[in-house]
Design a protein around this ligand. Structure first.
Ligand code: PFF
Length: 495
């Protein structure tokens, strides 16, 4: 992947599908419905749409403009902007890599459920089944010495699939996989939503989300939640959009593409949540469990509440169940490859490795790190990784990126890049958003994240967080200090 044989998307549609595939992931399927419900239902759409336009699309545009203009990896871009900034790139990429190691584990659990769902093998108590039979979870860190074979096998399988896709050239790997999985994902979601609307009690669910609580709009936390969801869902700051845009040919319509991608991603999560809520409405009616006790997020929703629903759904659950878990699986795979592409690209560019070599190295190290989550203490450690990396480290990285591109780099050049070919033009408002509004919002979200982390005084999580912090400081220094094998790396890029 050195500059001589630089990858280029074979069509704009491949780029758009790969971008949508990167954004649509677990966050859309199991995070959004809960965030929507707990933050005012229908009225949440107002802060959500404002955040989408004002902050989400704005930041995606920065990543598109930078990637397209520099046509190189994040590490080389930051080195070119100002050579002392290279560690920031490795810092971002280390976070992205670590997030992927546990994201893969969750997709691994899902893969197990794809298989289990054909026979509803979770039995009558899915909660107990998930924690005791699947995760074999221990309450303490001592469980780290026991391997859970099924989870390990699943993690290894997903790393293998990831490796096979990443090592293949851009259009045959990521391009083809996105072109196949994304349409399949959409078909499955349409089937699930149509089916769910026919269930008795569905209206108990979907009316909940479309019944607005206007008072919620006065609560600043609702606005922060909307913004947080956009950051997560659009995978902001993870160098994904930047990397994918660097593979675009000259003449691409950047702004128009960004809007298509952002709308598709949000459309997907809103549409999908109609299905999720209708199914939960059915459950509330059938089992008498209050609706608010059913609406949860993350693993609780996918691996506990949904199996409970499938248990009472009758024979149709034998089709809808596997489809639901397959949907999470497809969404997960396209996000995983997107997360790692930027990491591999930076390694290839600096050390002059082929795509195959960097994919192999990253995946081998990845399997080793992910195996920690295949132990009895796996879910406990995963929770700490997630809280620390998402609420704290990633937001800090997005903040740094805003400052670098908004203040250190000549921002007007990015405006010119975006306006070159796009029908939709950007100007001063965008500049103000990136320089002032976005960093302030991220700062608030970040402080909120730190405060919630501080509340956690458990010595095990403090130790894990301390280890992560050391890794996040040490790895960027090491990667920066290692001399580049590619002599072009230190040459200035035209910008
Ligand atoms: N945007 C994707 C999702 O919603 O699942 C991918 C992703 C986002 C992965 C954030 C990891 C993450 F921390």
């Amino acid at each position: 992947m050195s500059n001589e044989n630089k990858s280029v998307w074979n069509s704009n549609i491949t780029f758009i599908l790969a971008m949508i595939g990167s954004a649509v992931g677990l966050g859309n399927i199991w995070r959004f419905p809960n965030v929507l419900y707990s933050n005012g239902g229908g009225s949440f759409m107002i802060p959500y749409i404002v955040s989408l336009f004002l902050l989400g699309i704005s930041f995606v545009l920065v990543e598109y403009a930078v990637g397209y203009k520099f046509k190189t990896s994040l590490s080389k871009i930051l080195y070119s902007v100002y050579n002392k900034l290279e560690p920031v790139a490795w810092f971002v990429l280390t976070i992205v890599f670590l997030i992927t190691t546990y994201y893969i584990c969750v997709v691994g659990w899902d893969l197990i459920y794809v298989v289990l769902s054909f026979t509803k093998a979770w039995g009558s108590n899915p909660d107990l089944f998930f924690s005791q039979s699947v995760l074999q979870a221990t309450d303490s860190i001592d469980g780290i010495t026991t391997i859970v074979p099924a989870v390990l096998a699943s993690i290894v399988a997903i790393w293998f699939v990831t490796w096979a896709i990443l090592r293949t050239n851009l259009n045959d790997g990521i391009g083809k996989v996105s072109k196949v999985l994304l349409p399949l994902l959409c078909i499955i979601v349409v089937i699930i939503v149509i089916f769910s609307l026919t269930l008795p009690g569905a209206s108990i669910g979907y009316t909940q989300i479309f019944t607005p609580d206007w008072n919620a709009l006065l609560n600043p936390n609702v606005w922060l939640a909307a913004f947080g969801q956009i950051v997560f869902s659009l995978s902001l700051g993870m160098a994904i959009a930047l990397t994918y845009a660097s593979y675009l040919p000259e003449g691409s319509k950047l702004t128009d593409n960004a809007i298509v991608v952002a709308f598709s991603n949000s459309g997907f999560e809103v549409f999908n949540s109609i299905g999720i809520f209708s199914i939960l409405g059915f459950m509330a009616m059938t089992s008498g469990i209050p609706f608010n006790e059913l609406v949860t997020e993350g693993t609780g929703l996918a691996f506990v509440v949904f199996p409970q629903v499938f248990n009472v759904m009758g024979p149709s659950a034998n089709i809808i169940g596997p489809l639901f878990f397959l949907c999470i699986f497809f969404a997960g795979i396209t996000s995983i490859i997107a997360l790692l592409e930027g990491v591999c690209y930076s390694i290839s560019e600096k050390f002059n490795f082929s795509r195959k070599k960097s994919a192999t190295i990253v995946c081998i190290v990845g399997v080793c790190v992910s195996s920690i989550f295949a132990t009895g203490a796996g879910s406990l450690i995963l929770g700490v990784f997630d809280a620390f990396l998402n609420n704290f480290a990633l937001l800090f990285a997005v903040l740094l990126e805003c400052i670098i591109f908004g203040w250190i780099y000549d921002f007007d050049k990015l405006i010119a890049t975006l306006n070159e070919n796009s029908k939709i033009k950007v100007g001063k408002t965008w500049k103000t958003v990136i320089k002032f509004i976005l960093p302030i919002c991220i700062l608030f979200l970040w402080i909120q994240g730190i405060l919630s982390s501080l509340a956690d005084e458990d010595p095990v999580s403090i130790t894990i967080k301390a280890i992560l912090l050391i890794v996040l400081i040490a790895l960027p220094i090491i990667f920066t200090k290692l001399p580049a094998k590619n002599e072009d790396f230190y040459k200035e890029v035209q910008h």
